[in-house]
Design a protein around this ligand. Structure first.
Ligand code: FMN
Length: 322
């Protein structure tokens, strides 16, 4: 519960507003007593406040508005227009990482040396992925230069390997802001994580053998984040990648199907507010899941079959980069 100065009333409720909005006004006491004075209907005695739960409903008359003085006396109560609104407390978290799968992103540098970086600001639409990356990271620079990568999805069993890559960077020297946070340069991230690189079919970056899902992909577009704000401009880039190949361990495949991953077998590693989690079992039958998965198959799947390793190589030598 908020305490202290009276917060600004929600837009639907203004002091002096002679509407029925005020009829449902609820005063939430902060100390078990209510300092409110006013009309008979607005007055709540200390005894009444003590005998009730901390939330006290106040019937307000439509004909009388609280004066500025009364509003000031409300300084240690929170006014809301309904009990439902009082269910939330306004906060300003530093991060909004509510939980997304971890991706181990492999790329190659200008000399062809592989780099591997954990990231989790990722989501998928069809065979496209959107990846949010710090523009100064080695991975972002490799993606800008070579426009290809592998999205390796670790299971929750690989949490320790992923964690060994935390606070490492392929950049040398380590950028100042990262150095201050404890990052250090690591030339061989695969060795550091204890993971095995295997050759990809269509792109130069290697796949990670231990990851149950690996997806070879090319960069199709780069979207700057927060371009509207000079303080943030250029800091984060969102890479739109198109998947060319999906490789999976057989134990995450849905029995009896050719092309489906079984969500009851696939245990993604989830990063939530910087901590690592697995997923629990399904919690409720899903209405959306009644739509057959085949109806989502888009043109990128067909297109990916035509994309041979050679064709992809040409993509980079013919100046066809976007
Ligand atoms: C679990 C986890 C998730 C992360 N998610 C992101 C992310 O979504 N975007 C990002 O820019 N950095 C993310 N990071 C931090 C990068 O891994 C870090 O910037 C790293 O230095 C990048 O490596 P690189 O410089 O070799 O590319 C994450 C780190 C961890 C451990």
């Amino acid at each position: 519960m908020l305490t202290g100065p009276l917060p600004a009333p929600p837009p639907s409720f203004k002091f002096g507003e002679p509407t029925s909005n005020r009829r449902n006004a609820i005063l939430r006491t902060t100390a078990g007593s209510c300092p409110l004075k006013g009309t008979t209907t607005e007055r709540v005695s200390a005894r009444a406040a003590r005998s009730r739960p901390p939330t006290v409903s106040i019937a307000t008359s439509d004909s009388r508005q609280p004066s500025a003085r009364e509003a000031a006396k409300l300084a240690n109560v929170t006014v809301t227009t309904s009990a439902a609104e009082a269910a939330h407390t306004r906060i300003e978290p530093g991060i909004l990482y509510f939980g997304t799968p971890v991706v181990l992103l492999s790329t190659v540098d200008q000399a062809g040396a592989p780099n591997l970086a954990p990231m989790s600001s990722a989501f998928w639409l069809g065979w496209r992925g959107m990846l949010g990356l710090g523009a100064k990271s080695k991975t972002a620079q490799n993606l800008m230069r070579n426009r290809e990568c592998v999205l390796n999805l670790p299971s929750d069993a690989l949490a320790a390997a992923v964690d060994r890559l935390a606070l490492t960077t392929g950049s040398d020297p380590v950028p100042a802001r990262k150095y201050e946070r404890g990052y250090r340069h690591e030339a061989d991230k695969f060795a550091r994580a204890g993971l095995t690189p295997v050759t990809s079919e269509t792109v130069r970056p290697p796949r990670v053998a231990e990851c149950p899902v690996t997806m070879e992909a090319v960069v199709e577009a780069v979207h700057p984040l927060a371009e509207d704000d000079p303080k943030q401009r250029g800091g984060v880039l969102v890479f739109e990648v198109r998947v060319l190949r999906v490789h999976v361990h057989d134990d995450v495949r849905m029995p009896g199907t050719d092309d489906r991953i079984d969500p009851d077998r696939w245990r993604p590693l989830i990063m939530s507010f910087q901590k690592l989690y697995g997923l629990g079992p399904q919690v409720h039958p899903s209405t959306l899941a009644k739509i057959p998965e085949r109806l989502y198959r888009g043109p990128d799947i067909e297109r990916s079959r035509d994309q041979s390793s050679r064709a992809n190589e040409n993509r980079f030598t013919s100046g066809n980069q976007r």
